[in-house]
Design a protein around this ligand. Structure first.
Ligand code: APR
Ligand code: PHB
Length: 401
């Protein structure tokens, strides 16, 4: 089957779905091609912190109704070390900005519903997805859906297919420069049926390593532990997980996470990665396809959102008056924000984890870093403005909102 569209989007994660909706709002056609099932994409447990700008963007796009009802607004965060929690008040330090805890899978669920309501094409369970003719004026996406082979001719392809997708590897060798840092630890994450015992996140550096207290709802707690990067999850019984969580997180004021039945557990490795430029010919990479951050600053989904805002602005100008300038500057505009988020995520990660090869000096320096952070208004302001999200590089209006 041969068909045509204006923008072919590979991947129905947050990047692909948000881009599809931004294009829809501007009257631009797109087809989204996803290799997993709808259930898989919705059920996949991911991070859950939305920056103020991402929340504002979802509302401006008209997909924020459930987020407004169910999202948990947090006006600050705790940093814990030497068994003491220290509060950083975002509202006070950033002129009223906040973060919202709302699972990435919930964002994806809302966006899929919005897509289906537009009746624009979204193929799940597409097999053998490939992209071709990227340096021509009509690049192609090929895939098999059910028993039918599809060839989709596009003006532009958006590679929103995540870190393990096909778009980035389809760029000829030598075009992209990759920057990468792999960390010598991973996160063991759990979801537990327990009411959150604190109404904000708690990031902890303990002698035994990093731990994070988070949540998903008034009845579900989300917790993470630093473990070796290739740690088999089978090595951790539920009892062992709780014991380690409590050892690392309990503070002298008597606070600790509430214990409950563990309903999901997994280990994820951590890496920082950037591929530049985020474009080759008529292929534009967005979100995890172009860059990933370690989860410590909770920036992954938010960077995907800011990339597609920049791409939507460029595509709007391209279709409205043939202007290619913003397509040409897409990568540079995105990368300014991407690198700042990379630096922040690297800093949060290095300051809050214990590296296997660190010296006693390194650990004392980490403690001093955290002591300074939690006692200097300037340092707290710096963390707060980055945590709630640095400004988007382009306005919502320029992307047609
Ligand atoms: N063909 C089609 N779709 C693909 C292919 C392929 N070959 N490979 C991967 N995909 C799909 C994945 O199944 C996934 O649904 O592309 C989508 C990519 O989504 P994400 O990985 O969620 O990436 P992105 O949309 O950029 O969102 C970034 O996701 O990984 C988290 O922490 C990260 O929050 C960040 C966010
Ligand atoms: C989460 O709730 O999943 C979460 C929160 C903060 C992070 C990472 C993940 O830094």
């Amino acid at each position: 089957m041969h068909h045509k569209t204006q923008v072919g989007i590979v991947g129905a994660g947050p990047a692909g779905l948000m881009l599809g909706h931004l294009l829809h709002l501007n009257g631009i056609d797109s087809v989204i091609v996803e290799n997993r099932s709808r259930e898989y994409v919705i059920d996949r447990v991911r991070a859950g912190v939305l920056e103020q700008g991402t929340v504002d963007l979802l509302h401006a796009m008209g997909v924020g109704a459930r987020l407004r009802q169910e999202g948990l607004r947090h006006d600050g965060v705790f940093i814990s070390f030497l068994e003491q929690r220290h509060h950083i008040n975002f509202g006070e330090l950033t002129g009223g900005k906040a973060i919202t805890v709302y699972g990435q899978n919930e964002v994806v669920k809302d966006l899929i519903e919005a897509r289906i309501a537009t009746s624009r094409p979204l193929y799940f369970e597409a097999d053998h997805v490939s992209v071709d003719a990227l340096d021509s004026s009509s690049p192609v996406i090929r895939f098999r859906h059910g028993d039918v082979d599809h060839e989709l001719q596009c003006d532009v392809i958006a590679g929103c297919d995540g870190f393990h997708g096909v778009c980035r590897p389809s760029v000829p060798a030598g075009v992209l420069t990759m920057y990468e840092r792999v960390y010598p630890f991973g996160w063991l994450g759990i979801l537990a049926e327990a009411a959150p015992s604190c109404d904000e996140l708690v990031y902890t550096l303990h002698e035994r390593g990093f731990a994070l207290f988070s949540m998903r709802s008034p009845t579900i707690t989300r917790l993470y532990l630093q473990v070796p990067p290739d740690e088999p999850i089978e090595r951790w019984s539920d009892e062992a997980i709780w014991q380690e969580m409590l050892t690392r997180m309990a503070t002298r004021d008597g606070w600790k996470p509430s214990v409950g039945r563990i309903v999901q557990k997994s280990v994820t490795p951590m890496r920082s990665f950037v591929a530049t430029p985020m474009r080759y010919g008529r292929l534009f990479l967005a979100g995890d396809a172009a860059h990933i951050v370690p989860p410590t600053g909770a920036k992954g989904l938010n960077l995907a959102a800011s990339d597609v805002l920049v791409l939507a602005r460029a595509l709007k100008a391209f279709y409205e008056n043939g202007q290619t300038e913003w397509l040409d500057t897409y990568s540079d505009v995105c990368l300014r924000r991407v690198w700042k988020a990379q630096r922040f995520s690297w800093w949060m990660t290095s300051t809050l984890h214990r590296a296997p090869d660190e010296s006693a000096f390194d650990h004392q320096r980490q403690i001093a870093d955290l002591d300074y952070l939690t006692s200097s208004r300037a340092a707290m302001t710096s963390l707060a403005e980055q945590y709630v999200g640095l400004p988007a590089e382009v306005s919502f209006e320029s992307a047609g909102l």
